[in-house]
Design a protein around this ligand. Structure first.
Ligand SMILES: [Zn+2]
Ligand SMILES: [Zn+2]
Length: 237
């Protein structure tokens, strides 16, 4: 059976699956369960529903693949999410560490007409306020800040994990996409970046979630699956 409209729950799964794929991780039940902080049986059941509704198929190795329809749907919901976030920061003036959860709510209820108007309202912006491309095909892979050697210059491209408690932490630390500086030190405890005379310090686990353009650049690597936990308090307090 095929549906014209995915349910809100299906859209949330399609979104997280797209997110995993974009980050270079395989779309598996385990990665989805970890990212969404849900139990494996819950995830298993929903994957069955997504299969029946024609959004995903199973590869030989049990990982999941989008069907054409599934990919289109996932792209659309991710695009709306990022567009809404940009609209909330740039047009409504809401701080960038407070827009992710609002976008999670609004993205499921948006008409094509509203999407068109919001796109006009954000002008030239090409990314969400956390650095993720609104339109595909313009994503610079970069490196993870945790891998960059002291002395290298860095430009922050993206925050890979948009859990709000993590965004609050990054904002308090003085980080933002587009910030440039130099890595002063990097050890088991954390990473210190000097930018415009300020010392910005973040923990190592958070540096695992920050993508940068670095010179010299370390070898590219996908984020750790546990660095993409979208909803948990593992970074909090
Ligand atoms: Zn978000
Ligand atoms: Zn974002």
């Amino acid at each position: 059976m095929s549906h014209d409209h995915a349910t809100v729950a299906e859209e949330e799964y399609l979104e997280i699956m797209f997110w995993l794929e974009e980050a270079g991780l395989s779309i598996t039940g385990a990665n989805i369960a970890r990212a969404m902080q849900l139990s494996p049986p819950t995830v298993h059941e929903m994957i069955g529903r997504l299969e029946r509704d024609g959004y995903v198929t199973r590869a030989e190795d049990k990982s999941l693949l989008f069907t054409g329809e599934g990919r289109e749907h996932a792209q659309a919901i991710v695009r709306r999410h990022r567009l809404i976030e940009r609209f909330l920061t740039d047009v409504l003036g809401i701080p960038w560490d407070e827009v992710h959860e609002e976008a999670e709510r609004l993205e499921h209820a948006m008409s094509p007409v509203l999407e068109e108007r919001m796109l006009e309202a954000i002008g030239d912006a090409k990314t969400c306020p956390h650095g993720h491309p609104i339109v595909e095909g313009v994503r610079e892979h970069g490196a993870l800040l945790a891998d960059v050697e002291p002395g290298a210059s860095v430009l922050v491209l993206r925050f890979e994990n948009e859990a709000e408690e993590l965004l609050h932490y990054l904002k308090r630390a003085g980080m933002r996409p587009g910030l440039d500086g130099e890595v002063e030190s990097s050890d088991d405890e954390g990473v210190v970046v000097i930018s415009a005379g300020e010392r910005l310090s973040i923990t190592r686990s958070v540096a695992e979630t920050v993508s940068v353009r670095a010179d010299p650049a370390p070898p590219p690597r996908a984020p750790l699956p546990e660095a993409l936990v979208i909803s948990s308090d593992r970074y909090g307090r």
